[in-house]
Each structure stands twice: as C-alpha cells, then as structure tokens.
Unconditional design. Structure first.
Length: 719
C-alpha cells in the first residue's frame, strides 16, 4: 500500500514521491500538527516514519514487527509516539518506556508532565500515569476487566488535566476520575456489571467540559449521566509586602510566606502561601468567587477580588500587594523527628519560624541528649562544642522558615520507654539591640518497636484516664508523621485529615514540614496536605531519607463545653495506594487546668478550689481534711482505711459510677463539685452505684467517711 495525496485545488490524486520507498504496512497511522506518522517496512527493516509534506523532512525510528501505532501526543517534553509496546520521544529520539510480558498500550493522553495510559495484558486492563522526567510508570487501578468483551478501546476520555475512565472490578462496573493537578483519583460511580447492555460504541464522550457516559438506575434503567470534574479552575499568584510603600509591585517588594488566601462561594476554601509567597487555589467551574487575603498583625489593607470561573479561562494569575506593619520581633524554634527508635539513625528537623514582623538574622542551637549521637546535617553547623550545635541564618523574612535536616543516632534498648529530652533554642536581636530568645523542649519517648506512620498532639499531659486535658485557650499542635515502607520511591504523598467541628478553623496555622507542600482547608474541616513530586525513597534504599512529617496548630472554639473530647485521625496516601490510617489522638478540653493556681493541675489535686490542699502540702492529723491528697487524713485515717480498698469504675464516666469497697462495712459518701457544691450524699455497705446522668461534665470529689471518722477522697470525671 503506497501513499497518495489529494490536491484540493486541482482535484487530483497523485502519489507522494518522497514516500515511494515507504509503503504503509498497517498497524496504524495518524496525522499530528501537519506531520504524517505511520509504520513501514523498508529493506526488511520495520520503521516508524514521520513525514511533513512540503518540507521533505523525515523522522524514522526502528520498531518491532508486531508493534502497532497508537497515537502521537504533545507534552511538556515535546512530541511523544505511543506504540502498542513503547513510549518514544521524537524531539530527542529515545525510548522512554518499554512494555514486556505481553502487555499492550491501548490508549494514551497527555496531562502536562504526565501521560495517562490504558494498558492491557490480554486478560486484564490497567490504568497508569507515566511521569515524564523520571520515566516512572505509576499504577492508578490495575487487575480490572474491560467493559465490553475483549475490546479495550473506548474506556477513557480526557478533558484538560482530568481523565475519566471505566472498567469492571469483580461484579461492579466502576467509573473513575483522575486529576493531574490534584494528584487524586476519585471513584465517581459504581453499578452492577450486568446492568448495561453490550455496546459497540465507546461508553464515554465529552461535551462542554463534561464527561457523558451511559449508566443505569433501578427506576429508569439505562440512561445518560454527566460528570463535571471538580476543581478544574486554578487561581494562583504571589502575595507581596509593599516594602517601599509606593503602592506598586516592584523589585524591592518581598514575598509574604504562610499567609491565608481564601476563596468564598457560600462555602469557603483556604490555602496558604509557601516560603516564596506563592499560593494556588483549585475551584469549581461556572461559579462566582471572592478571593481574599487575610492580613494579620504584620500587614494592613486587606485585599480581595471577585470573578466567575468560565470555560476557556481555566487558569487565572492574581498577585496581591499588602502594606507592611512593622511590629514585634518573635522567632519560634521547633525540633521534630521521625519516631525515636532504639539504636537507629533517625532524621530530625530543626526549624526556626519568623512569627514577628521584622526580617531577622540570628542563630539556631540544638543541645543533644547525652546518649544521642550526631551523625550528619544537610547544612554544616557554624559552631560545635560538647554536644551543642549551632547554625547561623540571615535575613529571615516574616512568615518564613529556616530549616536544617540532620540525622541523630538514638540510644540503645537500655533506654527504651524513657524520654529523650533535647533543647532547641534561637537567639536574635530586636530593632533596639535587645536580645530575643525562645526555646523548644523535645521529649519523644524511645521505642524499640514502632509504627512509623502516626499522629501526635500537644499539649501532652499523661495521667491515668488518658484524657490529655487541654485548657480552652491553649492551641492544639498536631503532627502527622509518615514513612515510605514500600519497595520503590513515592512520587506523591497526600495527607487527609477531617478536623473536629469543635475546632476553630479560622485559627488553623501550618507550622513546619519535612518537604515542600500545598495545604488546602475547606469550610467543613476537611484538611488536605499534598507533597507533589516529593520523591520519598523507600526505607530499604535509605531508611533515614524515607521519613516525612507535617505539623500544624489550631484552637478549640470558644464555646466548647467542659470535658469535650476532641479526637483526630489522619489518612496517609502514598501515590495512589490505599491509605494508611494513623492512630487517634485525644485532647479533652477544660476551661481551667489549675483553678486555685497552686501549681497542681486539677486531676492531680484533690481540691482545686483551695491552694492549701494539694499533693505538696503536709497533712494535719485528724482534722478531717486531706491536705496532701494522699487519700487519708493523717495517721488515724490511715489506720481506719488501710484494710478498705476503694474501686471506682468506669472513671471517667458518662452516666453511672460503680463504687465498691473490698470489705463489708458501712460508709457515708458525699459527691461534691470543685466549687464546693454538694450534689449527692448517702450511705453504702460495701458497694453501690451512683447516677451522674443529670450532672454537667466536669470533675467531682467523692468523699468516703467511716464510723471512726476516717476519710478518703477520690476524683471522679463526668464526661
């Protein structure tokens, strides 16, 4: 079969002379950007030919005899040819991907720096993204079956950076959507694989920014469904501080880091600027938004603009210029790590955050635990002496972070279960030359068996109920730690965290992280942290390099009731694998931790309304008061109660409290609030059950008295 061309003006057909020695051998042909691509056999050699009419230019590349042509696509790296078994770069002729084992490329789409591929192996169908630049093939969904017989074509379509595809998984036909921008794959819909009739045409089409596909409902049977990809419009830009105050963006203005940028459309979604002041928001199509930049203490003149997302304008760039308000000097040091593991080399991150309103230069210092060993640091310390390491930094702008990644070898198993305290501190001077210091106390517990993907929260106040009491006006700091324990590099890590409705989302603040990240917080408390192109190595290749973390803080709402338990759990996604679910952390909110300000928190103090009663006091014998909170009133009471062991369960309780003594005797009891109000009293013989259902949440004191005047007081927590 030889090539001919049709002259429209002359209405004549004549052979293409330049191709007279390149007959079409079958296997597919396509035209892209004025160039004809096809397969030929010349002098017993199979070749892929690219021919541009009028320029007499050729592109040729050797192919296998059974290799077919699938498509030619344009990408960030230039044009790529997809054959049934290979991905070939035309501009710099080389093979990017070769499939083996009978696998075959059925279809492909360009997604900026990725290529979406349908790949079959004769029995099953898989969907993948090929990452250009790293030549990595990442599975999205594999081991699936084609929807229609053995025909694998027609199961996917693309719009911009989004692909919609369908296949059969078990007994279900599943419709998926993959977003290159968000690095996320969604399950859009799932129906029985028997509900749709056998089709000869593709199941999916596109129209005006929507995917059109056949589905099924029990009420109406087979019908046409539409799916508009979410968050297809991007607003991005940079937030600057108008340093010279001229009201115009120029080279003297500096970027503003860690600034909240919010898009509002009934509901809101917030993002935060990175260290270079850049922000990105992904928004819905055909909706009106107001984009606002929050202006905390360091800036004035809040900025905003309104616009409507429309087809053909998928990306908008808008910069903001804020007026600086030079105020206090404040720097915050932090020291984070992967889980401290016996005898292991563990990655640490020493971070200094400029929380003030002035550019600062200074030092960050780390004082090691005596049994910890310094291994290396990505940035060499400027000073080192007797386990104390110091780094100098300059011109740290407000909102920016200075971070040093280092590796420390942990103590051996002889220290298992013990805290490994280390001190981080920073030193700078304010505009008047006065030294400004701040410190951070690190105290992770050394463990020999660990789960490297976990969640932690501060304040962390250990006590017998595990409630982790937190005062209402204290910020809760959360840290999500992750490790790639697979067998290959993770290109993307995504954290998903549904924040409690008892937290004030307006006070959310990213603190530090191990890698560059993009954070999004929705009005419903859905937090998503994306680490794009993180290239997190696996633990078998580089154990210290396989770790990462993200830390943020947030305040409880002002109207949270006493003894409300705020729980938090996160999901960690490595590429497109199923999530790793972390442990759950709890912070129980109380209005006051130390009501009498005697230095003992209420759960360690048997009477938090009287500063003269606490575990540090000396007990006065036989005065009916347990001054030192040891459960007895001096030696007389100790004799009386020595044979009577008191058991309360459950404690804390939401409803009923079981009170039991080890011996059969008659006792009087009183239940008193921390304000001294008597809420219940009575007599018991060995055991009884008290109802606390009608009482507000809080801490109560249960006082037991025997016939000889001995007394015993225990704390009861009502949740």
């Amino acid at each position: 079969m030889y090539w001919h061309q049709y002259d429209v003006r002359q209405r004549e057909v004549h052979p293409v002379r330049a191709l007279r020695n390149s007959p079409y051998r079958g296997g597919g042909a396509t035209v892209d950007d004025g160039t004809l691509y096809f397969l030929t056999t010349r002098e017993s050699e199979n070749e892929l030919i690219g021919y541009t009419p009028g320029r007499e230019q050729f592109f040729d590349f050797p192919v296998e005899e059974d290799e077919g042509l699938v498509a030619v696509i344009s990408t960030e790296l230039g044009k790529l040819v997809l054959t049934t078994s290979r991905l070939i770069s035309i501009d710099r002729p080389r093979v990017l991907l070769t499939l083996e084992g009978g696998r075959k490329i059925e279809r492909g789409y360009t997604l900026d720096d990725e290529v979406f591929l349908e790949i079959s192996d004769g029995a099953t169908l898989g969907f993948y993204v090929f990452h250009l630049g790293t030549d990595r093939l990442i599975p999205l969904a594999t081991g699936l079956n084609a929807v229609r017989g053995g025909d694998k074509v027609g199961n996917s379509r693309s719009i911009g950076g989004t692909v919609f595809f369908t296949a059969v998984q078990g007994e279900r036909q599943v419709f998926y959507s993959y977003s290159r921008e968000l690095q996320r794959m969604y399950e859009v819909e799932s129906i029985s694989k028997y509900w749709l009739p056998y089709q000869e045409k593709p199941l999916i089409a596109t129209y005006q920014g929507e995917f059109i596909y056949q589905s099924h409902s029990r009420r109406y049977g087979t019908e046409i469904h539409r799916f508009r990809p979410p968050y297809t419009h991007r607003v991005s830009g940079t937030v600057y501080s108008d340093v010279n105050g001229n009201g115009q963006l120029d080279s003297n203005d500096r970027p503003v880091a860690n600034e909240r940028v919010t898009a509002t459309n009934g509901n809101g979604i917030a993002s935060f600027t990175d260290n270079l002041g850049n922000y990105t928001l992904y928004l819905e199509a055909s909706k009106s938004y107001e984009i606002t930049v929050a202006t905390p203490d360091c800036h004035t003149s809040p900025s905003s603009f309104s616009f409507t997302t429309t087809k053909g304008q998928d990306s908008i760039v808008r910069n903001f210029l804020l007026s600086p308000n030079y105020g206090d000097t404040h720097l915050t040091p932090r020291l984070e790590s992967a889980t401290a593991r016996c005898g292991f080399t563990v990655p640490f991150w020493l971070t200094v955050s400029n929380d003030g309103c002035q550019p600062q230069s200074g030092t960050a210092t780390l004082e090691l635990h005596p049994e910890a060993e310094f291994v290396e640091a990505a940035t060499a310390p400027t000073e080192e002496q007797d386990g104390i390491y110091t780094w100098a930094y300059t011109d740290l702008q407000p909102g920016q972070h200075y971070q040093v990644k280092l590796q420390l070898r942990m103590p051996d198993e002889n220290f298992a279960g013990q805290e490994i305290p280390m001190l981080a501190h920073t030193l700078t001077t304010d505009s008047e030359g006065t030294e400004v210091r701040d410190t951070f106390q690190y105290a992770d517990v050394l463990r020999c068996a660990i789960d490297p993907n976990d969640k932690r929260s501060w304040p962390a106040r250990p006590e017998e109920t595990g409630s982790n009491y937190t005062q209402l006006n204290e910020a809760i700091t959360y840290m999500i730690r992750f490790q790639n324990t697979g067998n290959d590099t993770a290109f993307t890590v995504r954290l998903e965290d549904q924040l409690s409705d008892q937290l004030d989302l307006e006070t959310f603040k990213p603190l530090t992280a191990s890698h560059d990240y993009h954070v999004t917080l929705a009005d419903d408390g859905k937090l998503e942290v994306l680490f794009p192109n993180i290239l997190l190595v696996d633990s078998l290749t580089n154990e210290p390099g396989s770790h990462g973390f993200f830390t943020f803080e947030i305040l409880p709402k002002e109207n949270v009731e006493d003894f409300t338990a705020i729980e938090n759990t996160a999901g960690i996604y490595f590429d497109f694998n199923a999530p790793v679910i972390t442990n759950t952390v709890t912070n129980t909110i109380v209005e006051v931790l130390d009501g009498d300000k005697d230095g003992y928190l209420f759960y360690a103090d048997c009477d938090d309304t009287d500063a003269a009663i606490n575990p540090g006091m000396t007990d006065i014998v036989s005065n009916g008061i347990d001054e030192n909170c040891d459960g007895v009133d001096g030696v007389t009471s100790l004799t009386a109660f020595s044979a009577h062991l008191l058991r309360l369960s459950p404690n804390p309780t939401r409803d009923r409290l079981s009170v039991a003594l080890s011996r059969d005797a008659i006792f009087q009891y009183q239940l008193v609030s921390l304000q001294g109000q008597l809420v219940d009293r009575g007599w018991l013989q060995q055991s009884t059950e008290l109802s606390l259902a009608g009482l507000p949440p809080g801490v109560y004191l249960l006082r037991m008295m025997d016939e000889r005047g001995g007394a015993l007081t225990r704390r009861v927590v009502k949740q």
